[in-house]
Ligand binder design. Structure first.
Ligand code: PMP
Length: 390
């Protein structure tokens, strides 16, 4: 049966992670995979998560099935966290999904069921799994221009020229904040412009929020989505709790749809979920629901999240200063938000960093700043200077 199985497409990030694991050099440094690390290089379980998990273990009375929408308290709390306390939510449907990845696939199936010939537009570059997940649902994927040639900031003119051509058969996938892989975000005025174009031209914005609170704060990072919500009748969104709750392996996320027929949409989502995974895993969602609905836990989570955000910003400053010592101007990194930015490093430079300095970055030069211990910034800057062509 498996003789004719085509070779698997290797995930570029996981293959770097594997090479890193097999590297026995003690000074090896992994700046590839997108997980947050503290100053000691650990990916901690957040305090509020631990407290909620302990309470859950002693208080939960059953592990019986929940429905296809998953944990309803989680769905309500996440919807509020995204849209704000006062926003009307009657046109929105929220279902819990196995991570944002599960949400992306669920909404890809929804788009395919509603408009099989739709084109999903993805930023160039974008999160590596966006295109394969959309394509797996049978959708056409194309890229829109996003960054300037130096990968430093938004190419506003090219981006909006492109968006002005979109219409009813188009879905525009945008990152809510902390763009992966570039760290380059839309500004409030860009969101306003986008919202106006979407409501006039009828394309459907699809917002991926995987890092709420890692950029400028929980409220600020939801600002773009909220601007779109005020202007657009139709919206798609996915949400991840992997990073800002540190729940990576618990696969905790959500898919949200705003539309005129919420009941039809809800039942269609249930049908689509049933044929994929039936129901999402509850553990992470129950922990998030407890944190967001308990004042003390929530405060503790917000304080720890703010410290994580500060650490990433400090690392940005430290790296910019370290690079400056070697005559490299990287001040634009300070305007980027979230864990990632892209360093314009060629393939031979990336190879040399790996082979000679045990520093691992992924193809394209994305750096996970949250993976960089502050005491390693100078070593990184020195290695980049040493291995970059003149
Ligand atoms: N969207 C983006 C932009 C991401 O960076 C990621 C990875 N963190 C995901 C979605 C998938 O996240 P999850 O772990 O919730 O599936």
């Amino acid at each position: 049966m498996f003789h004719h199985l085509p070779p698997a497409v290797i995930d570029p990030i996981l293959s770097v992670a594997e090479a890193f694991q097999h590297d026995s050099r003690p000074n090896k440094l992994d700046l590839s995979i997108g997980v947050y690390r503290d100053t000691l290089g650990h990916t901690p379980i957040m305090r509020a998560v631990k407290t909620a998990a302990i309470a859950l273990a002693s208080e939960q009375r059953t592990k019986s099935y929940l429905g296809p929408a998953g944990n309803l308290q989680f769905n309500a709390a996440i919807t509020r966290l995204m849209l704000g306390q006062a926003a009307p939510t009657d046109q929105w449907v929220t279902v819990q999904t196995p991570g944002a990845s599960g949400g992306l696939r669920l909404l890809a199936d929804l788009i395919a069921a509603s408009r099989p010939h739709a084109t999903v537009w993805i930023s160039n570059p974008s999160y590596a799994n966006h295109a394969p997940i959309m394509q797996a649902a049978g959708l056409t994927v194309r890229h829109y221009p996003y960054l300037d040639a130096e990968m430093r900031s938004l190419d506003r003119a090219a981006f909006f020229d492109h968006v002005r051509q979109l219409g009813l058969d188009d879905v525009l996938l945008v990152h809510g904040s902390c763009h992966n892989p570039s760290g380059v975000d839309l500004e409030p005025a860009d969101w306003q412009m986008l919202a106006g174009l979407a409501s006039r031209q009828g394309f459907v914005p699809f917002i991926d929020m995987a890092y709420q609170g890692f950029g400028d704060g929980l409220e600020a990072d939801a600002g773009g989505l909220r601007i779109m919500d005020q202007a657009c009748e139709q919206l798609l969104a996915v949400y991840s709790c992997s990073k800002h709750f540190g729940l990576y392996r618990e696969r905790t996320g959500a898919a949200l749809v705003k539309g005129r027929q919420p009941s039809l949409i809800r039942h269609k989502l249930f049908e689509l979920a049933r044929r994929q995974y039936t129901m999402p895993p509850d553990h992470g969602a129950e922990i998030v629901a407890r944190i967001l609905t308990d004042a003390a836990l929530r405060q503790d989570w917000e304080v720890e999240l703010a410290a994580m955000r500060q650490r990433i910003l400090q690392t940005r400053h430290a790296l910019v200063n370290a690079l400056a010592k070697y005559d490299m101007n990287a001040r634009h990194l300070l305007a980027h938000r979230g864990m990632f930015s892209m360093l314009p490093l060629s393939e031979p430079t990336l190879e040399a960093l790996r082979a000679q300095a045990a520093i691992y970055l992924i193809k394209g030069g994305r750096i996970n700043l949250a993976g960089l211990p502050v005491d390693q910034t100078d070593r990184l800057a020195q290695a980049i200077a040493a291995h970059s062509p003149g």
